[in-house]
Ligand binder design. Structure first.
Ligand code: HEC
Ligand code: HEC
Ligand code: HEC
Ligand code: HEC
Length: 422
C-alpha cells in the first residue's frame, strides 16, 4: 500500500497493467484469427471456388419435372414429376380463361389472373421446387383448402416485411430483394440455416453466457439472465442465442469511433470472459461460412471494432465498405425473424426431423411456443455464395435490374406487393 503511493511505482503498475491488457487483447484476437485461418480458412476458400451459378427459375422447375411422381397421403394430388407439372400448368391456363380477374387474392392485388399464373409458375412453384398441387386444389385455384397455401400467403407478407424493414434500410443497398427463392432455393421445407462445414466445426462443449444489457454491461448474475441461458448451455445453443437475440446498444454514428456496438462487442471496459470469446469466435465463423468469405470481408483485421464505412480507409476492397454494418442489420433481421416466426405461419413439427427424413442440421430448428420450427439463418439465404465480383449477395435474391423482359417464360414478374414499398 505504502509503496504504491509513490508516483513512480504507481505509474509503473498502471503501465504494466495497461501493457498486459493490450498484449492479451492483441494475442487473443490474433490467435483467434490464426486458429480460424488454420482450421476453417482453407476449407472455406475451397468451398467458395466451387460455388454455384445464380438461381434461375428454370432450375426449380427442373427439380419438379425431373423428380419421380410422389404419392401424397393427405388428400393432395401429387406435386412432383412431369405429369403433375403439366396438369397443374394446364389447369391454371383453363382457370385464367374462365377467370381473367382473380377471385381470392389478398396479397397479389393489382395483378390479373394471367400475370399471377406466370408468377406462380416461375417464382412460387419454381422457388419451392413443387408443382401447383402442393398448395392448390387445381380444380379451383381460389380455394384455401390446404395449410400449405395459407402458409404461402403468410410468407408473401414475410417477404414484404423483410424487404421493407431490413433490406431496403441497408446502407448502400445494392438493389436486391428477398423473394421466395431467396430462402427456399427450390426446396419446400427443412431448409438448412447453417453451412454444413460450420455445423461440423462447432465443438460439443458447454459455456456460460453473460449477455450485455442495454448499456453494454455484462450480466453475470444468473438470476438476471433470460431463462434459456441461466445455467451452462451447449456452445451450439449459445451461438444460436446470439444470432436470434442480437441487439444494438450503441447505434452506429460515423462521428463516434466507440459506436456501432451490439451484443457481440468484445473489447470494451476490460474485456469479456473466455467463454464469451469462444462464443463470439463461433458466431464469426458462422458469418464467414454462411457468406463464403474471410473475416476481412467485414473487418479491418488490424481493428475488429471499427466499421469500415469510408471506402478510402478500407484495407481490402472499396466494394466491401459498410459490410460490418450490413451484417449487424442482418443479425437484427434474423432476430426479428425468430421473434415473429410463428405469426408467419410456417408449419410446426412435432419433433426435430432426423437427417433420414430430409431434415437439415439440428441448428436449423428451434422450439417456439412449445413446438418445433425450421427457422432461417444466414446460410438459408446466402448459401456460401459470392457473385462474380466477390460480393456475398444471396444467389436467389431478386435484383431490381432483372424486372425486365426475359423472353421464353414471359416477363420476370416480381409483384409490387412484395417489394416492401419500393
Ligand atoms: C407454395 C404454394 C403455391 C404454389 C406451389 C402455387 N400457388 Fe398459386 N397461389 C398461392 C397463394 C398463397 C395464392 C393467393 C395469393 C394471395 O392471396 O394474394 C395463389 C393464387 C393463385 C391464383 C389466383 C386464384 C384466385 O383466387 O383467383 C392462381 C390462378 C394460381 N395461384 C395459380 C397457380 C398455378 C398455375 C400454380 C402452379 C404453376 C400455382 N398457383 C402454384 C400459392 C401457391
Ligand atoms: C426468410 C426466409 C423465407 C422466405 C422469404 C420465404 N420462406 Fe417459406 N418457409 C421458410 C422456412 C424456414 C419454412 C419452414 C420450413 C419447414 O417447416 O420445414 C418455410 C415454409 C414454407 C411453406 C410450408 C412448407 C411445408 O410443407 O412445411 C410454404 C408453402 C412456404 N414456405 C412458401 C413460401 C412462399 C410462397 C414464399 C414467397 C412468397 C416464401 N415461402 C418465402 C422460409 C422462408
Ligand atoms: C459478415 C460480416 C462479418 C464477418 C465475415 C466477420 N465478422 Fe466479426 N463482427 C461482425 C459484426 C456485425 C460484429 C458485431 C459487433 C457488435 O455486436 O458490437 C462483429 C464483431 C467481431 C469482434 C468483436 C469486436 C469488438 O467490438 O469487440 C471480433 C473480435 C470479430 N468480429 C472477429 C471476427 C473474425 C476473427 C472473423 C473471421 C472468422 C469475423 N469477425 C468475421 C461482422 C463480421
Ligand atoms: C432472408 C434472407 C437473408 C438472410 C437470412 C440473411 N441475409 Fe444477408 N443479404 C440478403 C440480401 C437480399 C442481401 C443483398 C442486399 C443488397 O442488395 O444490398 C444481403 C446482403 C448481405 C451483406 C452485404 C453484402 C454486400 O457486399 O453488400 C452482408 C454482409 C450480409 N448480407 C450478411 C448476412 C449475415 C451475417 C446474415 C445472418 C446474420 C445474413 N446476411 C442473413 C438476404 C439475407
Amino acid at each position: 500500500m505504502q509503496s504504491s503511493s509513490r508516483p513512480s511505482d504507481r505509474q509503473t503498475a498502471i503501465f504494466v497493467s495497461v501493457a498486459v491488457g493490450i498484449i492479451v487483447a492483441v494475442v487473443t484476437t490474433a490467435t483467434f484469427y490464426w486458429v480460424y485461418d488454420l482450421a476453417l480458412g482453407q476449407e472455406r476458400a475451397a468451398a467458395t471456388v466451387v460455388s454455384q451459378a445464380p438461381w434461375s427459375s428454370s432450375d426449380g422447375i427442373k427439380v419438379i419435372t425431373s423428380s419421380a411422381p410422389n404419392v401424397p397421403t393427405d388428400g393432395r394430388q401429387p406435386w412432383l414429376g412431369t405429369d403433375a407439372w403439366v396438369q397443374g400448368v394446364q389447369a391454371g391456363q383453363t382457370w385464367v380463361q374462365n377467370n381473367p380477374n382473380p377471385v381470392n387474392v389478398q396479397v397479389l392485388t393489382g395483378m390479373d389472373s394471367a400475370q399471377i399464373w406466370a408468377y406462380m409458375q416461375q417464382y412460387v412453384a419454381g422457388a419451392l421446387g413443387v408443382s401447383c398441387q402442393y398448395c392448390h386444389d387445381i380444380n379451383n385455384f381460389s380455394l384455401d383448402t390446404y395449410a400449405q397455401k395459407t402458409t404461402a400467403r403468410n410468407m408473401m407478407y414475410l417477404a414484404t416485411d423483410l424487404n421493407a424493414n431490413f433490406i431496403l434500410q441497408l446502407p448502400n443497398w445494392r438493389g436486391n430483394y428477398v423473394q421466395c427463392a431467396t430462402c427456399h432455393n427450390s426446396k419446400p421445407n427443412n431448409l438448412e440455416g447453417f453451412a454444413p462445414q460450420f455445423v461440423k466445426s462447432v465443438p460439443p462443449i458447454h459455456v456460460t453466457v453473460d449477455p450485455l444489457d442495454s448499456n453494454g454491461e455484462a450480466i453475470t448474475d444468473p438470476a438476471l439472465k433470460p431463462a434459456a441461458i441461466q445455467g451452462q448451455v451447449k456452445l451450439q445453443d449459445a451461438i444460436l442465442y446470439y444470432i436470434y437475440n442480437y441487439q444494438v446498444w450503441k447505434p452506429y454514428d460515423a462521428a463516434d469511433p466507440e459506436s456501432g456496438r451490439g451484443s457481440l462487442a468484445l473489447t470494451y471496459k476490460g474485456g469479456r470472459s473466455q467463454d464469451q470469446v469462444t462464443i463470439n469466435q463461433n458466431v464469426m465463423n458462422n458469418n464467414s461460412w454462411s457468406l463464403g468469405v474471410g473475416c476481412n470481408y467485414c473487418h479491418n483485421s488490424r481493428n475488429f471494432t471499427a466499421y469500415e464505412t469510408q471506402p478510402a480507409n478500407n484495407v481490402t476492397n472499396q466494394l466491401y465498405a459498410y459490410n460490418k454494418l450490413k451484417a449487424q442489420q442482418m443479425l437484427l433481421m434474423t432476430s426479428w425473424i425468430q421473434a415473429n416466426w410463428t405469426t408467419y405461419g410456417a408449419i410446426a413439427k412435432p419433433a426435430i426431423p432426423t437427417a433420414l427424413e430430409g431434415g437439415a442440421s439440428s441448428f436449423s430448428y428451434q422450439q417456439l411456443n412449445g413446438q418445433y420450427y425450421n427457422v432461417p439463418g444466414c446460410y438459408t439465404c446466402h448459401q456460401g455464395y459470392n457473385n462474380a465480383d466477390g460480393i456475398s449477395v444471396p444467389r436467389a435474391a431478386m435484383n431490381q435490374s432483372s424486372f425486365v423482359d426475359k423472353g421464353d417464360a414471359g416477363q420476370v414478374i416480381f409483384p409490387q406487393a412484395l417489394r416492401g414499398g419500393q
